[in-house]
Design a protein around this ligand. Structure first.
Ligand code: KG4
Ligand code: ZN
Length: 336
């Protein structure tokens, strides 16, 4: 039995989690309210908030797991991709802690971890885990990609966005509507009361399994701008319909390529991961595909947006392989 501490600090959430092998013992997340009024994450402020949060968050994660730091077997941390200043806080903390405790240090790729979150076992909500090979649509604020997994760490990216990520499309649409950051969850909330067919937008026409969301954002911007010229209260009067329509357009775009990927690969075990996998429209759309013989994997809400439990589970699989980092390891901001 091994206790793995996971540390996540790639963007604006400071998180620490303890796993007993793949079973979750604690998952603590400190959100940074400081960015809300800026309409997006301010990197300098994010690093500073991580610096303030990291030790209390780790102490809480250990306490909630009911273990002492001496019981830890290894420390896993997000090495990248993400904001460099934010990553440096988690990386430096993880290195010092592993060094002080004289236990292995494990570096984790944030995007791989989003997918591997499907292997976290929660004893209170037991559910199936995917079998290899399976496909995963990873949709977050910074990335949108379809990956094919033939092993925990053999992930082939078979489709990706050529411009904005799906989460960015949600957040930018929300900003156009005057909603605070991050707007994705708010669009999801208002969309529940609206008509998804009320407004139509130009559809992206991108090759193969790739995505593009920048045209959709521009089309949404022009639609709102043109209507506001006629009626200054257009947004207030149509908020639910606008949210439902843009959500429908984003989800339809995501599903179109995912369905193509299933047809091309013949793989019918399909998962979704990342912050946008919390979206109710996307969850319903993928669940509908069960009627077409798909076996669908939807993460628990706490494992959709950034969290350290996913870092710890990815760390656990590397721990089994003795795939350890040394103390010269440094973060990277891009996926490579
Ligand atoms: O995975 P994540 O926490 O961070 C990154 O790695 O980027 O994803 C954050 C993104 C944000 O763009 C946020 O608006 C979006 O996930 N998001 C949602 C929902 N919950 C979070 N988008 C649509 N509907 C949601 N319910
Ligand atoms: Zn993420």
């Amino acid at each position: 039995m091994n206790y793995i501490l996971g540390i996540e600090s790639s963007c604006d959430d400071t998180s620490a989690a303890v796993l007993r092998d793949t079973t979750i013992c604690s998952n603590v997340i400190a959100n940074q309210a400081v960015h809300t009024s800026f309409g997006g994450v301010v990197p300098e402020l994010a690093s500073r908030a991580h610096q303030q949060n990291i030790i209390p968050v780790v102490e809480t994660a250990l306490r909630k797991a009911g273990i002492t730091k001496e019981q830890l077997s290894a420390i896993a941390f997000t090495r990248g991709p993400g904001l460099l200043g934010s990553l440096l806080v988690g990386t430096s903390f993880a290195k010092s802690f592993a060094y002080a405790l004289n236990i292995p240090l494990i570096e984790v790729n944030h995007m791989e971890a989003h997918v591997l979150a499907h292997f976290i076992v929660d004893e209170e909500k037991l559910k199936d885990i995917p079998h290899f090979p399976f496909l995963c649509l990873t949709v977050s604020g910074g990335h949108t990609q379809i990956v094919k997994l033939s092993d925990h760490f053999s992930m082939q990216i078979i489709g990706r966005t050529i411009d904005d990520a799906a989460g960015e499309a949600f957040d930018k649409a929300a900003k156009i509507l005057g909603l605070p950051y991050p707007g994705g969850p708010l669009i999801d909330k208002y969309a529940k009361e609206g008509n998804p067919k009320a407004f139509k937008f130009s559809k992206p026409n991108i090759q193969a399994l790739d995505y593009s969301f920048s045209g959709l954002k521009t089309s949404f911007l022009y639609l709102v701008r043109d209507h506001l010229k006629q009626d200054p209260d257009f947004i207030e009067k149509n908020l639910a319909d606008l949210c439902a329509s843009i959500q429908h357009a984003i989800v339809e775009t995501l599903m179109k390529k995912l369905i193509m990927a299933v047809k091309q690969t013949g793989i019918k075990e399909v998962a979704i991961a990342g912050g946008v996998s919390a979206n109710s429209g996307l969850r319903n759309a993928i669940l509908e595909q069960q009627n077409n013989g798909w076996k669908v994997f939807i993460p628990d809400f706490q494992f959709t947006t950034d969290n350290a439990a996913m870092i710890a589970v990815a760390g656990y699989f590397k721990f089994l392989k003795k795939d350890f980092a040394d103390l010269t390891v440094a973060p990277y901001s891009r996926q490579g």
